[in-house]
Every structure is written in structure tokens, then in C-alpha cells.
Design a protein around this ligand. Structure first.
Ligand code: FES
Ligand SMILES: [Fe+2]
Length: 327
């Protein structure tokens, strides 16, 4: 797992970026993505003249044209043309940012660049995948924890991920981590009884939940000797109040069966997402501004995700631990 942490954020689906410029938000900052010929470009989405969003303009001759007074900027951010000016345009520029395309997603790394965009634990040939986009009023910490939290499923997703009975199993949870990542491994849980698990997972042996900087929350469900299903969320804080994510659902191709499972899984998964969205938003709106949440022994990942998001090394990196709980 070490070395997977990076500074790359998935911000758009490749297929959404064509001839028209596209605005995305990351950490309250606006960015514009556009294709100049074959190459993808990313600039700060703010014209330095009167601060109009460049994304409201158009792409012309490989440059992006501001909708207000028509200044044109190249993919490197330099001003190429200032309509009406009879001499060369002055030496001004919009900040340009590193951008990459991988497995149908577009990633940016504003400021410094470290590591590579994370492809997900299951990717490439032999894998079937499908992407779901989601936006919720919450924080990155709360959303990442929610995705990786095994203890809420009995209640928030009763019947869907879990059975309707209150039956629980003793599960051994091992938590490990390092710079920029943390992982919990769950052993001893038989197949879950919810609808999704019944349909898809086959025989379950181990499941793993991990967080990787800057915004990956990933679950993997193992059968006897392979991963049957993985869900990789690429999350980012858009502004103070919203988190947006692309979730890549992936599984082994298994002839045509993989596709069939993916088809069945997606709508159920969307229901689970909405259930989470509802509770996250209600909790967010109910939180007093300065209140701190109680972190229990069962919340095995939250302190680490919190540390990683603050740029710190999680304590678990030097003190891995195990706990047995009933799930
Ligand atoms: S605001 Fe962009 S050209 Fe004037
Ligand atoms: Fe959930």
C-alpha cells in the first residue's frame, strides 16, 4: 500500500470533457478543463482581467477565450491575444495545473505533484467497471469515514447491505497504516445477508476498507481466492459544504457474468448511496458549529483519516492494532 498516496484528485469523467470548457471546484478553488487539440489542459477558472470564469467562454485555436472582453489564453496559461490591442499582449498568465487522464477519469494536481493518480485495486483488462458520480453536503472526513464504516450498515442500510435480522458475528479487525494511508481488514465474517451481498459476493472471506491520500476511500470484498467486488471512491471537498465523488465499481469479468452483476449492482448501490447521503446531510445540518464528535473504540479508521487529511502521519503507522467486534 505504501507509495499509493499522491496529490492527484479525480475531478471529472473523461467523456464529459469535449470541445466545451468545463468548470470544476476543488477546495473552494475553481478550475477549468478543456481540450486544446488532442491535449487536455487545466487552468485556474478565473480571468485575471475582471475575474470572469473562463469556463463560460469558448475554446478557439487551441486557446480558451474569456467571455467578457475576449482575451485568449493558451494551455500554458499565457495570454495570447487581447482584442483591440495593436501591439503584442503583455506578459500576463492564468495559473496552469498538471492534468492527467486515466481509466475514464480526469485528475488534476494543483500546486505540487507527488505520486500517480490511483487507479483502484481492480483495474485494467479482466475487470468490469462502472462509475457513479455523487455529491453530498458534508465534509471529506465524514464521507470517507461513512464509506469505510462497517458499523452503520445494520441501521442505515438494513436489508440492503445487511439482513433484516439483528444477527451479528464476531469479526477480527486489523488496522494498519503508513504515510498517507490506513487500512482495516475484517476477518471472520460469513457472507452478509443483505440483498447486495446475496446477489453479488459469493462466498466471502475477507473484506478490506482503506483510505489513501488525498481522497480515496476503497472497499474490497474477497471470495475464496480473489477480489469479487471493489468500490473505489475518488472524493474531493468542492467547497466548505460539499463533497463530490466518483465511485468506480469493479469486479472480475467472469465471461459475461461480470457485466450482468454490474448491471444488477448499480441500482442497488445507488439506493445505498442515497441512504448515506440522507443521514450524512441530516447529521451535518444538526451539528453545532464547534461541537466535536465522540470517537469510540469501534470507529477504527476515523482518527487516522483525520490525521492524513491534516497532512500528518497517522498514529497507527507506528502502532498497528487489532480489535474484535460484533458486526
Ligand atoms: S474579464 Fe476576461 S477579458 Fe475581461
Ligand atoms: Fe453506507
Amino acid at each position: 500500500m505504501t507509495g499509493r498516496a499522491s496529490t492527484w484528485y479525480a475531478v471529472a469523467l473523461s467523456r464529459k470533457i469535449g470541445a466545451k470548457p468545463h468548470r470544476v471546484l476543488l477546495g473552494g478553488q475553481p478550475f477549468v478543463l478543456f481540450r486544446s487539440g488532442e491535449t487536455l489542459k487545466c487552468l485556474t477558472d478565473r480571468c485575471p482581467h475582471r475575474f470572469a470564469p473562463l469556463s463560460l467562454g469558448r475554446v478557439i485555436d487551441g486557446t480558451i477565450e474569456c467571455p467578457y472582453h475576449g482575451w485568449q489564453f493558451g494551455g500554458d496559461g499565457r495570454c495570447r491575444s487581447m482584442p483591440g490591442l495593436l501591439e503584442q499582449p503583455p506578459n500576463i498568465a492564468v495559473p496552469a495545473h498538471a492534468v492527467r487522464e486515466q481509466n475514464g477519469l480526469i485528475y488534476i494536481s494543483p500546486g505540487s505533484q507527488r505520486g500517480k493518480p490511483y487507479p483502484g485495486v481492480l483495474s485494467g483488462p479482466g475487470t468490469v467497471s462502472s462509475v457513479v458520480e455523487n455529491r453530498v453536503r458534508s465534509t471529506l472526513l465524514d464521507v470517507a469515514e461513512n464509506i469505510l464504516d462497517a458499523t452503520h450498515t445494520h441501521f442505515t442500510h438494513s436489508g440492503l447491505l445487511r439482513g433484516l435480522s439483528s444477527r451479528r458475528w464476531k469479526v477480527r479487525v486489523s488496522v494498519t497504516g503508513g504515510n498517507g494511508w490506513v487500512e482495516a481488514r475484517y476477518e471472520g465474517e460469513p457472507r452478509q445477508e443483505g440483498l447486495i451481498s446475496r446477489l453479488l459476493e459469493g462466498e466471502r472471506s475477507i473484506s478490506v476498507g482503506r483510505f489513501i491520500a488525498p481522497g480515496i476511500a476503497e472497499l474490497e470484498f474477497w471470495g475464496r481466492d480473489q477480489i469479487n467486488l471493489s468500490t473505489t471512491f475518488h472524493l474531493r471537498q468542492e467547497d466548505d459544504d460539499h463533497v463530490r465523488g466518483f465511485c468506480v465499481l469493479a469486479g472480475p469479468r467472469q465471461g459475461g457474468l461480470g457485466y450482468l452483476k454490474a448491471l444488477l449492482f448499480k441500482p442497488l448501490f445507488m439506493i445505498a448511496l442515497r441512504q448515506d447521503q440522507r443521514i450524512l446531510t441530516a447529521a451535518r445540518d444538526n451539528k453545532p458549529p464547534d461541537a466535536l464528535p465522540v470517537v469510540s473504540r469501534l470507529d477504527v479508521l476515523r482518527p487516522s483519516i483525520d490525521a492524513i487529511l491534516r497532512g500528518e502521519r497517522p498514529a497507527v503507522a507506528d502502532a498497528p492494532f487489532e480489535i474484535t467486534m460484533e458486526l
